[in-house]
Design a protein around this ligand. Structure first.
Ligand code: SF4
Length: 213
């Protein structure tokens, strides 16, 4: 089986298990997804969703964020951790979106990664979820699972992303990454993956009894 064939098999397995591949971050406006994703670094999506409920209620436009008092944003986003740098990035990125991009989120990874605090992972998420274009979001679940099932090698996010671009059908790439997150949370967990009952037939570990904790 080639890597492309393995990738396709993994795509189909996850599609069957998770027909609805949606991002777990809640947002209404495109730039809100950008902000939520910035907040999600080292924080759970569930916590981010709690915080952004208040944040997006208080600041209702890019202009609101661009003119926000740093200390007030910090106070709201504090539960997400690294709140000082995240708050500054949020205000700076909204200013740049207004000043450089006319208030419209760019649709390329190259442009998005020029925004403060935005790396390839977030940029790909925006390209895939907001613009419906091919996107490979190499978060921790993606890197771990793709390594375990033999699609990729190493843990460097950019290198893993580039390897996946070579073997994933472009039109499936974005949904596949969302499904990997769900699969990583409930089956192929970082610790104690549930290999015994795992549906991922391309993985050599399928059927291995679950280790008792
Ligand atoms: S068999 Fe185990 S390691 Fe392989 S994908 Fe399934 S849960 Fe992950």
């Amino acid at each position: 089986m080639t890597k492309k064939q393995r990738a396709l098999a993994a795509v189909e397995t996850l599609k069957a298990r998770y027909p609805d591949a949606i991002c777990s971050l809640q947002y209404e406006r495109p730039y809100e997804l950008l902000i939520s994703t910035r907040l999600s670094a080292q924080c759970t999506d569930a916590r981010v969703n709690i915080v952004t409920k208040d944040l997006f209620a208080k600041y209702r436009s890019l202009e609101d964020f661009a003119n926000a008092e740093l200390a007030e944003v910090e106070e709201i986003v504090r539960p997400c951790g690294f709140y000082k740098v995240k708050s500054k990035d949020i205000i700076d990125m909204c200013r740049m979106l207004l000043d450089v991009y006319g208030g419209v989120l760019p649709d390329t990874v190259e442009e998005l990664t020029r925004l403060p605090g935005i790396g390839r992972k977030t940029a790909n998420l925006i390209v895939g979820d907001i613009y419906g274009k091919p996107a490979v979001v190499t978060d921790t679940h993606c890197i771990r699972i793709c390594g375990r099932i033999g699609l990729t090698e190493g843990k460097d996010p950019k290198k893993v992303e580039m390897q996946l671009w070579e073997i994933l059908p472009p039109e499936e790439s974005s949904d596949f990454c969302h499904r990997l997150v769900l699969f990583g949370r409930d089956v192929c967990k970082a610790r104690s993956p549930e290999c015994e009952a795992c549906p991922m037939q391309v993985c050599k570990k399928v059927g291995v009894p679950v280790k008792k904790k």
